[in-house]
Design a protein around this ligand. Structure first.
Ligand code: FAD
Length: 557
């Protein structure tokens, strides 16, 4: 109550001396308080009651001002921002660029990341970063490089008045109070939160195998992992490596190890590599290519334990089928888990991620989620999916910011899933969904050829894959997939091959997709601002009336 009353007095005084910056600071400051909603609504109530013009003027100046918003920092109180991005990966970088392009004011945005460096293009870690000669190093692959946009170095964030809080993990979040608590004990308040926490690599311990912390056992999710992997590679010249897992991390790491002249054995439980995405026919093309580079495959079994030397280094891996393989180093790529922990019980979760609507808005209207952690409605599938691809991270980030800054002009997110990989001299792209019947085309006889596949479900083309295509051919399969053409004859599709996509892609894209989509079936909490503002006005009016009558009574006495 005291705090509440002090706030009213402060605002009234500030209004009397017509000091708008003080009022603004009080409002910003009030957001960082525990009872911020009531305070803010009371402040709004008072402003409306005493000086309506001032209120709107303040809001407008706040929005347009290029001057920094004064962030009041007091002991244990922390800072308050209009927008906070939690997580500093790919999605965070692209969101920051979109904010700036849409007219972000200085001091409005803060990015908090547990990584010690500014957002970067994560895919580089399994590609250029691992090259033995002229490897990619920061700042060369900070986000937005390669997208014909600016490279977002720490200097870029500074120049645009974006607060980068690096090397700092957020330990808890309170979406009702709109606050985050960092590991350093600071409370960060926000008006809008964008969750971009991505995912973490699954650890062997989660599957009952110990030894992840041995210095020659490597994972690959962030730059610290990548540095550790480079160290392990450099300590094992001409040595033996086992790669556990046959997904894209395993495949890309195996290729990099081969390039670094390390002998590689890949171990995974599935029948073929990239089992979630590729058919056995496509996978066997890549496996044969890898074999030609010296890679051994052990399929249908898993790691059961490690042997260690007296220094704690792994010397051999033991497989469940009884085999033992001597190693100098191990790379583990067994999947990821989205970082949703801070929001469990607070936001609606689905498909392992934070469920959002077509505006990337979660079940709490002040919280958005983007990138690997977001489960969003994919129109082309007619269902909610969570994707773990860099393109989805970039585009969902941009869309969320558009929805936040320009809600009226922003449609529902209409995303065509896209995934790519580049290993050795191979390069493929995949669009859409790998559901239904598969039709192959092209030359799958050996490395360096061009071939592809279409997926046809319920009579429509829903997915397309192409290895070794040109830029125009990749664009053609992307557009053809988006058009979802009707397919009556699979034999004819096979006969036309890539030509089908090229011809189909000449047609114009329809305004809306011919699919039934429930893009916004997420329940948002009821907007409470109106209620709070009204309550604030009523409360303020009662206080003013009470003060008036009390004053008159005292004068009469
Ligand atoms: C090695 C590698 C290679 C890849 N190659 C490809 C590829 O070739 N093609 C492709 O399509 N995709 C690829 N991907 C996937 C792609 O990189 C991801 O889809 C993308 O990075 C997702 O972006 P994001 O911002 O959602 O998450 P991330 O980029 O993972 O960023 C999440 C950030 O949040 C931070 N964070 C998490 N929790 C907290 C917390 N509590 N407090 C503070 N910070 C926190 C993390 O430290 C991290 O900085 C690759 C991924 C990896 C790891």
């Amino acid at each position: 109550m005291n705090e509440w009353w002090i706030m009213h007095c402060k605002v009234s005084l500030a209004l009397r001396v017509k000091e708008s910056s003080i009022c603004r600071s009080i409002i910003v400051n009030s957001i960082s308080r525990r009872c911020h909603r009531h305070l803010t609504s009371s402040v709004i109530g008072l402003l409306l009651l005493f000086n309506k013009n001032k209120f709107w003027e303040l809001l407008e100046t706040n929005k347009r001002s290029q001057k920094p918003i004064k962030i009041i920092k007091k002991k244990n109180m922390g800072r308050a921002f209009v927008y906070v991005i939690l997580g500093g990966g790919v999605a965070a970088g692209y969101a920051a660029l979109e904010f700036v392009n849409r007219g972000l004011s200085i001091g409005e945005l803060c990015i908090i990341s547990q990584e010690p460096v500014a957002p970067y293009e994560r895919p580089a870690l399994s590609k250029g970063f691992l090259l033995p000669e002229a490897p990619a190093r920061l700042p060369s692959f900070h986000t937005c490089v390669g997208a014909n946009e600016e490279r977002l170095t720490p200097k870029w964030y500074k120049e645009h008045g974006i607060e980068l809080i690096l090397g700092t993990a957020v330990k808890s979040a309170d979406v009702k109070r709109k606050t985050l608590l960092t590991a350093t004990g600071e409370t960060i308040s926000y008006k809008i939160l964008i969750v971009a926490t991505g995912a973490r690599a699954l650890k062997l311990e989660e599957f009952g195998v110990t030894g992840s912390d041995a210095e020659n056992v490597c994972y690959l999710r962030d730059i610290a992992d990548a540095n550790r992997l480079v160290d392990a590679i450099q300590s094992s010249p001409g040595g033996n490596a086992v790669v556990i897992g046959g997904g894209y991390i395993g495949m890309e790491c195996a290729a990099s190890l081969v390039i670094n002249k390390i002998n590689v054995t890949m171990v995974f439980p599935e029948e073929h590599c990239m089992a979630r995405l590729l058919t056995s026919k496509i996978a066997s093309y890549y496996e044969e290519y890898y074999k030609s580079k010296g890679v051994d495959f052990i399929k249908g079994t898993v790691l059961s334990s490690f042997d260690f030397d007296s220094d704690g280094k792994v010397t051999a891996v033991n497989l469940r089928d009884g085999r033992k393989i001597s190693v100098d180093m191990v790379v583990v790529g067994i999947g990821i888990r989205p970082n949703t922990g801070l929001f469990e019980g607070q936001l609606t979760l689905e498909k392992g991620g934070i469920k959002v609507n077509g505006k990337l808005q979660s079940s709490n209207s002040s919280v958005y989620a983007i990138g690997d952690v977001a489960a969003f409605p994919v129109k082309i599938f007619g269902e909610t999916r969570r994707l773990e691809h860099v393109d989805a991270a970039r585009k969902s980030a941009r869309h969320a910011v558009a929805a936040i800054m320009d809600v009226d002009k922003t449609d529902e997110f209409d995303y065509l899933p896209f995934f790519y990989s580049r290993v050795f001299t191979l390069s493929w792209q995949f669009y859409g969904d790998n559901a239904g019947e598969v039709v192959y085309y092209g030359d799958m006889s050996g490395g360096g050829t061009t071939f592809g596949a279409y997926w046809v479900s319920k009579g429509h083309l829903v997915g397309a894959f192409l290895e070794g295509g040109t830029k125009e051919e990749y664009e053609a399969i992307a557009k053809a997939t988006r058009l979802r053409p009707e397919i009556e004859d699979l034999g004819e599709l096979e006969r036309q091959g890539l030509g089908f996509a090229v011809t189909t892609s000449q047609k114009p894209l329809p305004v809306s997709l011919p699919v039934d989509v429930r893009a916004s079936d997420i329940l948002l909490e009821k907007p409470l601002f109106a209620w709070h503002a009204t309550a604030g006005v009523i409360l303020a009016a009662s206080i003013a009336a009470f003060a008036y009558f009390y004053g008159r009574r005292r004068r009469r006495l």
